[in-house]
Design a protein around this ligand. Structure first.
Ligand SMILES: Nc1ncnc2c1ncn2[C@@H]1O[C@H](COP(=O)(O)OP(=O)(O)OP(=O)(O)O)[C@@H](O)[C@H]1O
Ligand code: SF4
Length: 307
């Protein structure tokens, strides 16, 4: 089946893989996992180019997690320029971000929109952001399955053949029940699932390294086995991660200002360097290896569905 030509397809034809991160329930760490996936994919190869699109329109948290709070979107003649998070002077920028958070007048403002307006915003994000060549576009979504998810599927599924999802859950029964609803949604819209990530799976004591299972354990593995989806890995509760992502300091705009021209919005970035030193980064690099190894499944699924 020929892929339709639309403004979204024209813009995203230089993006190899689009990975939608979703969760059935709020607060399970979906945005933290999205930010960490982007950081770890960026670190997975010296040339990997990664974008993060935050479509959690009513609660955008990716700019804060990447230390990009307070930045505004720059409009070039060829569309919106992502805010780049790589260190200045470190070669070509390879980690770009776009979020409704960059469009809000001030920190803490909220977006109260109905479905059609959200749909229009998402279409504009997909068709107007000048990502350029990307290996991975990680899309952070709101919890549950809402207007934002339907809009993404509506605009992306007909035009992008390497579109997939990752489901984030915590080990508690109630979160797993909601993760099941999320999985049913992906099946209903024929969205291939790369796998399940269990977050907040045990607590590693910073003093002795002992792991305590604060919640029940093994629910994610069991659900993945039962439902026939890959289990990508478990992320323990990491106090270092909370400090890093919740308190990621906005980078100094004045320091970066002299370094960008009209078409390049590159910012100095300490989060990437600090993240690499955390124990979460080491654990997540194994999760990312598993994720990369499941990407061929998406190509297989798209080939069989278009056959
Ligand atoms: N593995 C972890 N260890 C410690 N804290 C974590 C971990 N994962 C997430 N958190 C913390 O839990 C809180 C909620 O995380 P996050 O905002 O990523 O959740 P979410 O599922 O995206 O929430 P929302 O419902 O707002 O979309 C944040 O303070 C985050 O720093
Ligand atoms: S796990 Fe061990 S070191 Fe950590 S708080 Fe408990 S007793 Fe103390």
């Amino acid at each position: 089946m020929a892929v339709q030509e639309t403004p979204v397809s024209r813009r995203l034809k230089t993006v190899k893989h689009i990975i939608i991160v979703c969760s059935g329930k709020g607060g399970v760490g979906k945005s933290s996992v999205s930010a960490q996936l982007a950081l770890s994919l960026h670190a997975s190869s010296p040339t990997a180019r990664v974008g993060v699109l935050d479509v959690d329109l009513t609660g955008p948290s990716i700019p804060r997690m990447l230390g990009l709070d307070g930045h505004g979107v720059h409009q070039s003649s060829d569309g919106w320029v992502p805010v780049y998070a790589d260190a200045l002077g470190d070669g070509e920028p390879r980690l770009g971000c776009m979020s409704v958070g960059f469009l809000l007048k001030k920190k803490g403002d909220s977006v109260v929109w109905r479905g059609p307006k959200k749909n229009a915003m998402i279409r504009q994000f997909l068709s107007d952001v000048r990502w350029g060549e990307l290996d991975y576009l990680v899309v952070d979504t709101p919890p549950g399955t809402s207007d934002e998810h339907l809009s993404l599927i509506e605009h992306l599924a007909p035009v992008h053949s390497r579109l997939s999802a990752v489901i984030v859950t915590t080990p508690q029964a109630v979160a797993l029940l909601d993760a099941m609803k999320c999985l049913s949604f992906t099946r209903a819209v024929a969205l291939p699932v790369l796998g399940l990530i269990e977050n907040m799976s045990g607590y590693v004591c910073p003093c002795c390294g002992d792991v305590s299972n604060v919640f029940s354990t093994g629910g994610g593995t069991e659900m993945a086995r039962r439902e026939g989806v890959p289990f990508l890995g478990s992320m323990p509760i990491d106090t270092e991660l909370v400090t890093l992502l919740d308190a990621a300091e906005p980078t100094d705009l004045s320091a970066a200002d002299g370094q960008h021209d009209e078409d390049s919005e590159v910012r100095s970035f300490g989060v990437l360097q600090r993240y690499q030193k955390t124990s979460s980064a080491k654990i997540l690099s194994a999760v990312v290896e598993n994720l990369i190894s499941t990407l061929p499944l998406v190509e297989h699924a798209s080939t069989s569905s278009s056959a």
